[in-house]
Design a protein around this ligand. Structure first.
Ligand SMILES: Cc1cc2nc3c(=O)[nH]c(=O)nc-3n(C[C@H](O)[C@H](O)[C@H](O)COP(=O)(O)OP(=O)(O)OC[C@H]3O[C@@H](n4cnc5c(N)ncnc54)[C@H](O)[C@@H]3O)c2cc1C
Ligand SMILES: NC(=O)c1ccc[n+]([C@@H]2O[C@H](COP(=O)([O-])OP(=O)(O)OC[C@H]3O[C@@H](n4cnc5c(N)ncnc54)[C@H](OP(=O)(O)O)[C@@H]3O)[C@@H](O)[C@H]2O)c1
Ligand SMILES: *[C@@H]1O[C@H](CO)[C@@H](O)[C@H](O)[C@H]1NC(C)=O
Ligand SMILES: *[C@@H]1O[C@H](CO)[C@@H](O)[C@H](O)[C@H]1NC(C)=O
Length: 434
């Protein structure tokens, strides 16, 4: 706003735990979806704005408390989705969060080195993250090597013995959580063929006409993939394929089966469910029946969960969000939230951005209406920088990050990749400070 700009030169400081920006856009979005990462250009423009500063390598809740930030600033917006994945308690199961972090270069996940020496992998959950993982496991290496996937992941995937990926859902074909674009990518993935269970689709054709449009198109594609006899060319493509993938419906994980002789995962026991109700709200009910599936790798992709970063923040541990009204944290003046911390772990980047615009609007309204007291000056980053220095924390600025960026891009050029990511915080900090 022009007038606002002139009379209230607001400053915005961004604190980020890692030395590098962009969160899940860098560490979540699949490497073969470079177009999705274009949003980085918008973020970069914002970060380079003269009234915006980036302080990377600052862990809020540990290096500096939310309370300290509140004392230094007129308003604090929390967006830190530090996520954990439920279902990690099954031994022998990797979480999708760690697996994705591993191939995307998240420093804390580099030790994972998943065992890919088995033929069959089972993924639990049928959302877009599950499909990302399935696609990365099955993609021809020639496709992956042109992406910004990490070098160690590329090497491991080149040696991978995984030939079959089963994507397991607790509910039915009409309740899958993925979207049509991502499903279509699976259907068209070179050198793979679909392998579905025809019986799972009983009654689906009849229900089709009552489905809302996006769900209907998605279900039609599933039906086509599972039931339709392919044309000659598609049949030939499928015959030649060396890898298979398929959905398995109405199944919930019970336990991972171990191979005691070799001390490794041998399979997974699934409970057979029946659906109660219909449509999006249908419930999976366990039956007595179980089924064992042989596999050497299990990856759980049943959704993310935010965790509170600071005990002073109100937190709804049931919904795993900070309770808020339009981004205003309840009972905490001057405190706002956005991102997955505000809404829960769903939604694409565009949804998250819209949500953030709403939070920003709430903040501006509160400034205009006087709910937020902005008449007296606040020290802002000045005190926080002093605090951090005292605590031996050295923030990484946006131009420091741009050094990391250019080193990564340069290393990538050598091998025909958009970038070769730095994989440790130490190396990031070292490059940032050259
Ligand atoms: C595997 C995966 C793939 C996805 N792929 C797509 C896709 O292809 N297309 C699409 O549109 N959407 C995709 N999404 C969704 C998209 O990533 C999210 O909608 C969006 O990133 C959420 O933004 P956010 O700011 O809430 O969280 P994040 O992007 O996670 O940002 C939160 C930031 O907070 C930082 N942080 C955490 N704790 C602290 C702390 N204590 N102190 C300081 N900083 C901290 C984190 O390091 C992180 O940078 C994907 C999500 C996942 C999980
Ligand atoms: N390409 C893209 O655009 C892209 C890529 C990745 C992620 N994203 C977005 O990021 C968000 C998060 O994706 P996500 O895949 O993590 O989450 P998601 O879309 O919520 O999918 C979670 C899956 O896990 C299942 N599940 C949840 N709890 C379970 C349990 N206890 N037992 C068994 N199964 C369970 C869900 O089944 P139920 O339906 O039965 O609960 C669902 O199939 C989504 O909005 C997604 O669209 C987008
Ligand atoms: C078997 O694997 C588990 C978990 O990976 C490990 O803790 C244990 O030491 C292993 N046992 C043997 C005999 O290798
Ligand atoms: C975001 O908001 C714009 C403008 O209101 C709207 O056109 C768009 O559909 C929204 N996108 C999502 C993903 O909600």
């Amino acid at each position: 706003h022009h007038q606002r700009d002139q009379y209230h030169p607001y400053l915005v400081d961004i604190y980020e735990q890692l030395p590098v920006p962009f969160g899940l856009v860098r560490f979540g979005v699949a490497p073969d979806h470079p177009e999705v990462k274009n949003v980085i250009n918008t973020f970069t423009q914002t970060a380079r704005h003269s009234r915006c500063s980036f302080y990377g390598n600052v862990n809020v809740g540990k290096d500096v408390s939310v309370e300290e930030l509140q004392q230094a600033y007129h308003a604090v917006v929390l967006v830190t989705t530090q996520t954990i994945l439920p279902g990690e308690d099954l031994a022998g199961v990797y979480s999708a969060k760690d697996f994705v972090g591993w191939y995307n270069g998240l420093p804390s996940c580099q030790e994972l080195s998943p065992d890919l020496s088995c033929e069959t992998a089972v993924i639990l959950g049928q959302g877009n993250v599950a499909l990302d993982v399935a696609r990365v496991l099955l993609s021809p290496i020639d496709i992956l090597k042109k992406t910004d996937i990490t070098h160690p992941a590329l090497e491991a995937l080149a040696e991978s013995q995984v030939r079959r990926v089963l994507i397991v859902g607790r509910r039915g074909p009409m309740q899958v959580a993925c979207t049509i674009k991502e499903l279509r990518e699976m259907v068209n993935l070179p050198d793979t063929r679909p392998e579905m269970v025809v019986a799972d689709f009983q009654g689906v054709i009849d229900a089709l006409k009552d489905l809302p449009r996006p769900r209907k198109r998605l279900t039609q594609l599933l039906l086509k993939t599972a039931l339709e006899i392919p044309g000659e060319m598609e049949q030939e493509r499928r015959n030649k394929a060396s890898r298979t993938w398929g959905f398995r419906f109405f199944r919930s994980p019970v336990k991972v089966l171990a191979d005691p002789d070799h001390n490794r995962t041998a399979g997974i026991r699934l409970a057979v469910n029946r659906l109660e109700g219909s449509g999006e709200g249908a419930c999976a009910m366990l039956t007595e029946e179980v089924e064992d599936v042989s596999c050497g790798l299990v990856i759980s992709s049943i959704g993310y969960r935010s965790v509170p970063i600071d005990p002073s923040i109100p937190f709804d541990s049931h919904k795993a969000i900070v309770p808020n009204t339009m981004g205003r944290v309840q009972q905490a003046a001057g405190l706002y939230c956005s991102g997955w911390l505000k809404t829960g772990p769903t939604g694409v980047i565009a949804t998250t951005m819209n949500n953030s615009f709403d939070t920003a609007r709430s903040l501006m309204e509160d400034m205009d209406s006087g709910v937020l007291h902005i008449s007296s000056a606040k020290p802002g980053s000045q005190t926080i920088r002093a605090l951090l220095e005292k605590r031996g924390v050295k923030p990484v600025t946006f131009s420091n990050w741009e050094k990391i960026d250019s080193v990564e891009v340069k290393r990538g050029e050598a091998t025909g990749k958009p970038r070769e990511k730095l994989l440790t915080v130490e190396e990031m900090l070292q490059v940032a400070r050259t």
